[in-house]
Design a protein around this ligand. Sequence first.
Ligand code: CAA
Length: 406
Amino acid sequence: MNFELTEEQRQIWQWAKEFADQEIAPVAAINDQDSKFDFDLLKKIADQGFFGAILPEEYGGQGIDHISYALMTEEIARVCSSTRTLFSVQISLVEKPIWYFGTEEQKKNYLPRLATGEIIGCFGLTEPNAGSDAGNQQTMATPDGDYYVLNGQKTWISNGCISQVALIIAQTDKSKGHKGMCAFLVETDTPGFSTREIKPKLGLRASITSELFLDNVRVHKSQMLGNPGEGFKVAMYCLDQGRFSVAAGSVGVSQACIDISTRYAMEREAFGQKIGEFQMLQQLIADMAADCEAGRFLVLHAADLKDKGVRNTRETSMAKLFCAEAAIRASNSAVQIFGGYGFSEEYPAARYYRDARVLNLYEGTSQIHRLIIAQDELGIRPANGPGSPMTPLDRLSPRVPLPARI
Ligand code: CAA
């Protein structure tokens, strides 16, 4: 087991850190206060080539590995979770599934433009009555010659109103359950497609969150992503990627909370000494630091498996669960350390606290992740699929053999 980053990974981490500090940090609080999606910032991110981070060069990408991608994601989230959401959705929920499931024509058509930020994408799975129960899709795709006609509504879709392409999951035959679902690449200027922004929100105020409406939207069958009936599989693949980036982003939030809290604790004085010298405060700092470091290792382990092409639903779920909850705890501790000033929007803790609250809601609530992990541990439903290869850590600590499926 090698805990060293390569020189290239370090350089990418540094590149993202500098960009985050120089370009995102100065506008993060202002955009949050104004609930403003920052198109100038989007352009700067695009000009850096960040949106092409993980795609291979043949599709206009940088071809970096998942460890570097996780570190970039962490750095962006360290200064702004709204910006991290834009970055994550574009790469993990749109580019990666097109790269993995797309036909060559789809890849050539969309990936280079997504990589440069010329177009933005969104992922349309959640519906008013299909949140955690993602298999309960009500959006219908009805075949009509060479087309499918899509009707339905999606909600809580990050990037929705600013996207040119939407990855939409829809049902073609309710009697088939999740095996009747299909995924489509829907261009958002197709007649019948419309959006509405959801605001005001508790956090992520500088990120666009939308409802999508599909009213007789005609989509050519060549726009199907994956095979007919593979929609649920595509959706779950998307979530395996998206959850990973949320986990990495959560580590960034935890790190930011440590950074602002330690700085404040060594400036602010009470009872004649720095508040950082009080042991009760040190306990908060120690727990934040241990959580952050543990979470970072969980993310990097999932990243390593992704780079090795090993199925990692289980490890990604663990990283998402742990890191999201750790970030929420860290932001709560940051508010506590700032005391009354933690309750003021003039200090940074409040934004981290509000932004962190979504981390264990979107891309699978903590309850859904506990379900995935517990069912795997109990042998009820192997998270990495039946007969999945054991991960490196499993080999170190083999689990008690259980019946394959009970
Ligand atoms: N990869 C590949 N296949 C998978 C899979 C995965 N990660 N997870 C499940 N599958 C397969 C199963 O193997 C099974 O296949 P078979 O029928 O061939 O055996 C099939 O999918 C159905 O699986 P389940 O029986 O486990 O399905 P389920 O209906 O019980 O649901 C669930 C399982 C884990 C609860 C799932 O519904 C889920 O993850 N729900 C949460 C949804 C979610 O995270 N939503 C967030 C949306 S994104 C967002 O927040 C918006 C945004 O813009 C950021």
